[in-house]
Design a protein. Structure first.
Length: 51
């Protein structure tokens, strides 16, 4: 999706620090966050609907 950690945190309502921790494997995203990321990977055109 090519989002910064700040953009992703804002979009998914989890904070940019959460995405840093996801990327480093320190914590796992919640089920709903995983589902939304999967949906957006398959349908990136929906990203504009969330902004």
């Amino acid at each position: 999706l090519k989002l910064s950690q700040r953009e992703a945190g804002s979009l998914f309502k989890v904070g940019e620090n959460a995405f840093d921790k996801y990327e480093r494997g320190l914590i796992e995203p919640s089920g709903p966050t995983i589902q939304l990321m999967t949906l957006l990977e398959k349908h990136p055109e929906l990203l504009d609907e969330l902004r």
